[in-house]
Design a protein around this ligand. Structure first.
Ligand code: GLN
Length: 486
């Protein structure tokens, strides 16, 4: 049962072939089996999950209709608030903090019969690309446990790959849903900025953060999007208006679709197996009647530089609240200033401190114009590059990440190498547009991901393009072997 998709679970639940309690126990058992090796979870909520599953079974027994996600066990990245559950952002700072309320996505999921098995590991405060920055130990890649699962939503991607959750939520500020999805061979969508409410998401970089699904297949991605999308008065950046039924976009047909191929994303730095797999996918689309159009994003090469000014600037402001007074840990000290210092020195890990220092620096008087303001201007230029390209094409296709999952320790001492992990994904966040990563190959036993990018609110087109590829390539939807997971 741990291999099932959401839609297959729903079919079996409504046909009364299985019960939600059985399903929950089966996925829980898989979690118990894989966690010693994978460590995707930071906390468990078995009792709550079981009670929710029983409620779904009672609905089914009464003949009431249930929503597509009802009773299908998932799990949530540990930077989203779920009332009464821990929410740590994988930081010592929030080690013993319990969420006082539900994030909007959680409230919506609860209304859809949420069964959540627990909270998932991540890089501390979502800063990183490998989960090696978690204060509570890394998550391992279920395809090869010597390799990282990606990050920062590494727990969310690894859990789906390992079958220790059938779907998960992640968050993406510069690539944190798509990069781990690519490394773990699952589907990950970063929605249009504002499509999904950020209320109750622990803020990293508020102008970039966006919550999205990680799932086994594209249909499941559409189903989770249906459940979590929509306007929220509690998030002032949330987009007003109706949300389409994303499952209606699941048509295997790309005839006439214009696919942009940005030359900048296929050049030096992209590994041969990744380039080969994505180019093979492009040929597939062409055979299906899509047109490939060479496009250029000339300013995308400045995206990483701009991102590592804007994101730390916003983070330094957002993380100022963790001072030992209102939230989380408080170190003992003789006076207030000493307490602030000690709390923040002991509570934050090295990468988070690096970002706070960078951010404080680029916002300080004298440097604000030279760095922060300039980065904002670069961001506008990158947005313009996308707008110009999308005047010619419907979507663009690129690798999600330049290579397959790297080994533990390979990049942790080289922040710049780690930052380059997001070279293909960060421009998308700066532009605020949506992008999906889907598995498109396997190289030396590790999954390869392809990214499909679209203009604002083009999620339906992305899902259709992704679905068309997936339908013709079921071999990439498979799970890693139990042996690989150790
Ligand atoms: N890896 C990038 C960073 O460290 C992106 C993280 C994210 O999307 N949350 O900032």
């Amino acid at each position: 049962m741990e291999q099932l998709t959401i839609h297959e679970c729903h079919r079996r639940l409504t046909a009364k072939e299985i019960s939600a309690v059985e399903l929950t126990n089966a996925v829980w058992a898989q979690k118990e089996k894989t966690e010693p090796q994978i460590h995707a979870y930071l906390s468990d909520s078995y009792e709550t999950a079981l009670a929710a599953a029983e409620a779904v079974d009672a609905d089914i027994a009464r003949g009431e209709p249930i929503s597509p996600l009802a009773g299908v066990p998932g799990a949530i990245k540990d930077n989203m608030c779920m009332a009464g559950q821990p929410v740590t952002a994988a930081s010592r700072m929030l080690e013993h903090f319990v969420a006082p309320y539900d994030a909007t996505v959680i409230a919506k999921l609860k209304a859809s019969g949420l069964v959540s098995l627990g909270k998932l590991n991540m890089d501390e405060f979502a800063m990183g690309s490998s989960t090696e920055n978690s204060a509570f130990g890394p998550t391992r890649n279920p395809w090869h446990t010597d390799h990282v699962p990606g990050g920062s939503s590494g727990g969310s991607a690894a859990a789906v790959a390992a079958g220790s959750a059938l779907w998960t939520l992640g968050s993406d500020t510069g690539g944190s849903i798509r990069q781990p999805a690519a490394y773990c061979g699952v589907v990950g969508l970063k929605p249009t900025y504002g499509r999904v409410s950020r209320y109750g998401l622990l803020a990293f970089s508020s102008s970039l953060d966006q919550i999205g699904p990680l799932t086994r297949d594209v249909r499941d991605c559409a189903l989770v999007m249906n459940a979590i999308s929509g306007h929220d008065p509690k998030d002032s950046t949330s987009i007003p208006g109706e949300v389409p039924d994303y499952t209606r976009a699941l048509v295997a047909d790309v005839k006439g679709l214009k696919i942009g191929v940005p030359e900048e994303f296929f050049g030096a730095g992209i590994s041969a197996p990744v380039k080969d797999a994505v180019q093979a996918a492009l040929r597939f689309y062409e055979e299906q009647g899509a047109t490939l159009v060479p496009v250029s994003l000339p300013r995308a090469k400045y995206a990483i530089a701009a991102y590592y000014i804007i994101a730390p600037a916003e983070a330094s402001s957002n993380l100022a609240r963790y001072d030992g007074v209102s939230y989380g840990m408080r170190a003992a000290a003789d006076n207030l200033i000493a307490m602030y210092k000690k709390t923040r020195s002991e509570g934050f890990g090295a990468e988070v401190k690096r970002r706070i220092m960078l951010g404080t620096y680029v916002l300080s008087a004298g440097y604000y114009d030279a760095y922060y303001l300039k980065a904002l201007k670069v961001r506008t230029l990158i947005k313009e590059d996308f707008t110009r390209a999308f005047a010619q094409v419907d979507v663009m296709i690129t690798p999600t990440v330049p290579d397959t999952a790297f080994r533990f320790g390979e990049k942790i001492d080289n922040p710049l190498a780690m930052y380059m992990e997001d070279v293909c994904t960060v421009p998308v966040n700066l532009a605020g547009i949506p992008a999906i990563s889907i598995p498109c190959g396997i190289a030396a036993g590790l999954p390869v991901g392809m990214q499909i990018i679209g203009p604002n609110l083009s999620e339906e087109t992305l899902l259709r393009a992704a679905y068309t590829f997936e339908t013709a390539h079921p071999e990439y939807t498979r799970m890693p072997s139990q042996e690989a997971m150790g």
